[in-house]
Design a protein around this ligand. Structure first.
Ligand code: ZN
Length: 175
């Protein structure tokens, strides 16, 4: 098994109170969990990938959500507590799924990755749809249960169930 840690959308606009699409106080709780995951992954020499929302001003998503994560703005930057290292890969995305219109799949394949471990936000949006595409592409998926969250607690719980029961993802806890 060759695993990569995939950190989803831990950027200022979602993580920070006052950010364009702040996801709520649970964001502060997942930061230390993801810090532990980053330490674990780097110690194990696993590939670390950051998916980051990176929107154009007229992106279709803004029909549903307020503008956020505009390319080139501070809101689109990864929070410094989870700063990428020199060997980490950053994959900007314009859709919920980190695989859609990006080079995530070939990046993982070139590193012989067959399993991805997801952490970040939101459980029911970008985590869920990235996991769905990963499963369609044949990757095994793990989700750090205490390292994912959402602005909508019920949607978060439903998504965890969907991830486990429909997509066959393995729910793990950060140790
Ligand atoms: Zn977005």
């Amino acid at each position: 098994m060759t695993r990569a840690l995939v950190v989803v959308d831990m950027i200022h606009d979602f993580v920070r109170e006052g950010g364009a699409l702040y996801c709520g106080p649970s964001m502060a709780l997942v930061v230390p969990v993801i810090q532990r995951e980053l330490e674990r992954a780097r110690a194990a020499r696993e590939l670390v990938v950051y998916l980051t929302d990176a929107h154009m001003p007229d992106d279709a998503e803004f029909g549903m959500f307020p503008p956020h994560a505009l390319v080139g703005t501070p809101g689109a930057e990864i929070v410094p507590e989870l700063a990428p290292g020199a060997d980490d890969v950053i994959v900007p995305k314009r859709r919920y799924s980190g695989f859609f219109g990006t080079d995530l799949d070939i990046t993982l394949r070139e590193k012989k990755v067959d399993t991805i471990r997801l952490a970040g936000d939101c459980t029911n949006i970008c985590v869920l749809y990235t996991a769905a595409d990963a499963r369609n592409l044949g990757y095994a998926v793990e989700v750090v249960e205490d390292g994912v969250t959402s602005f909508d607690e019920e949607a978060h719980r439903n998504a965890l169930r969907e991830l486990e029961k429909t997509l066959g993802a393995k729910l793990v806890r950060s140790s």
